[in-house]
Design a protein around this ligand. Structure first.
Ligand code: UT7
Length: 335
């Protein structure tokens, strides 16, 4: 019989250094008012030189183990959703496995841009459901500053660095992850990508002088698809399970743009006080946004056991999806 997976711990890590809108005003032709009104972002955290996605991920995983009171060698699998791996190979998950001392775990990365965490969560859930493993760590982590052109005002104001992680274990109490709706549409590849450095255009003088080692985004096109698809996939998973926005305790959407979140909130029909939004502090941390927002919501005491929670995402690929779950952890604030 299939087992239900639950989130039994949730944590995050953000680097100390903060880059504000006012700092960016000195770097490119932009201003705080434009950034806040078009995106909802005020500041973002930036990872220090010499540290990478695996370091932020490892910090989040160490905090996860402390919270759950387990030793890293009890972890069976580590999955990292990222588009900014430390290097092509070995996988970032492998580096995290070493850094946290999870010597009994095997590990791999999932590349699905902003949907990386949700895709990785869906993968990890299957290992629990099948009974194959009992402790699966799922990380969403990105050092976006490593692929951002800080001379391009169209993109440099949007992104930040950070990591979030959850531990998945079998549920015994009737809570846990209920379902996923996941999608891909490769025809969207041209609108959001990093063109250079892969097997099509290996790193060369040409790729570097053409800025192909930086993230490229056609913001308007991505916005159009994101608004429609994230809203749609959020509403559809609720309808599929005969829930409405009123049944939700918390909606945790991908944090790319406040206006995209607003469209999804409207479509789902959920009260705004039930929506977790932290984009102002962190910007778009790509794979990290959902676990980072979830971790803060948990720490703020916004979740009790049995509460209905909705995740939704949209990102490069295109990739998008939603997940519905019943919260499985005690409220740390009410304890
Ligand atoms: O997480 C992955 C998925 N990514 C997303 O979901 C992001 C989706 N896209 C967006 O969030 C929005 O399209 C942006 C925030 C990127 C841009 O907002 P927009 O309302 O679509 O602005 P726009 O691109 O239409 O630009 C409007 C104007 C342009 O000037 P003109 O042509 O009207 O004179 C831009 O050049 O704003 C200008 N502009 C800026 N001005 C000041 C663009 N970036 C900036 C900037 N500061 N940083």
């Amino acid at each position: 019989m299939l087992k239900q997976a639950k989130i039994s711990a949730v944590s995050h890590y953000v680097p100390e250094k903060v880059l504000t809108n006012f700092d960016l005003e000195k770097m490119v032709d932009t201003n705080d008012e434009w950034i806040r009104s078009r995106t909802g972002i005020s500041e973002r955290h930036i990872c220090e030189d010499g540290k990478a996605t695996s370091d932020m991920s490892a910090e989040a995983v160490k905090r996860l183990c402390e919270q759950r009171g387990i030793s890293p060698d009890e972890i069976d699998v580590i999955i990292v959703g990222t588009v900014t791996p430390d290097m092509f190979f070995p996988s970032t998950a492998n580096l995290v496995q070493e850094k946290v001392g999870a010597k009994n775990a095997w590990s791999f990365d999932v590349a699905a841009a902003c949907s990386g965490f949700l895709y990785a969560l869906a993968s990890g859930t299957q290992f629990i459901a099948s009974g194959m493993y009992k402790k699966v760590v799922v990380v969403g982590s990105d050092k976006m500053s490593s692929i951002i052109n800080y001379k391009d005002r169209n993109t440099c104001v949007l992104f930040g660095d950070g990591a979030g992680a959850v531990l998945l274990e079998p549920d015994e109490e009737g809570n846990g992850i209920i379902d996923f709706l996941l999608h891909s549409d490769g025809s969207g590849a041209e609108f959001l990508k990093m063109k250079g450095g892969g097997s099509l255009y290996p790193a060369s003088l040409k790729t570097v002088t053409s800025d192909w080692h930086f993230l490229y985004q056609d913001g308007k096109q991505v916005f159009k698809f994101a608004v429609q698809r994230m809203a749609d996939v959020s509403a559809r998973i609720l309808e599929k399970h005969n829930y409405t926005g009123d049944d939700l305790k918390l909606f945790v959407p991908h944090q790319a743009n406040l206006r995209i979140i607003d469209a999804a909130v409207k479509r789902v029909g959920v009260d705004s006080d039930k929506v977790m939004i932290n984009i102002a502090k962190y910007g778009n941390t790509t794979g990290a946004t959902i676990p980072l927002a979830l971790s803060e919501a948990y720490q703020e005491g916004r979740l009790d056991k049995g509460d209905l929670v909705l995740f939704a995402t949209f990102g490069g690929g295109f990739t998008w999806g939603s997940s519905l779950l019943k919260w499985s952890m005690d409220n740390p604030v009410k304890k």
